[in-house]
Design a protein around this ligand. Structure first.
Ligand SMILES: [Zn+2]
Length: 140
């Protein structure tokens, strides 16, 4: 048995096993070697190990990039949900959160800015709130 790293015309690289090199040549020519990702039968032998390794590390970097983009998307979604469903109270967040907690103000969802001290005292009073990483609007 012999294994080849193959690449389809959509640049998917995969490994396939053949009885021998001739078997690969025959099967590839007959369109019997299909890419497991897209099913494409236009496959060629991909460059061997060193280049594959480079390709793999490039892939990992790409994946990290995708994850960062996804995280950003989630934060954007969160921000949009918050801005649509909550009242903006600016830097009065701690005051308002406290008033709502002690039922001095209508119960509603609010958002705004709070200093670290504010956040800490809210926590000590057992007032529920969440701190979220906020994306500046200008960046979107
Ligand atoms: Zn493919």
């Amino acid at each position: 048995m012999i294994s080849f790293n193959l690449r389809c015309d959509k640049d998917h690289v995969f490994e396939a096993w053949f009885k021998d090199g001739k078997t690969y040549d025959r099967q590839a020519k007959q369109g019997k070697v299909a890419c497991p990702v897209c099913g494409g039968v236009k496959v060629v032998k991909a460059p061997m190990a060193p280049n594959i390794a480079k390709g793999a590390s490039r892939g990992a970097a790409g994946k990290a990039h995708v994850q960062a983009a996804k995280l950003r998307k989630n934060l954007e979604k969160l921000r949009n949900e918050v801005t649509e469903n909550c009242d903006y109270v600016g830097d009065k967040f701690a005051d308002e959160a406290r008033k709502i907690h002690y039922k001095e103000s209508d119960e509603r969802n609010i958002y705004g800015e709070a200093s670290d001290e504010d956040a800490q005292s809210l926590e000590e009073e057992g007032i529920e709130f969440a701190r979220v990483p906020w994306l500046p609007r200008t960046n979107s």
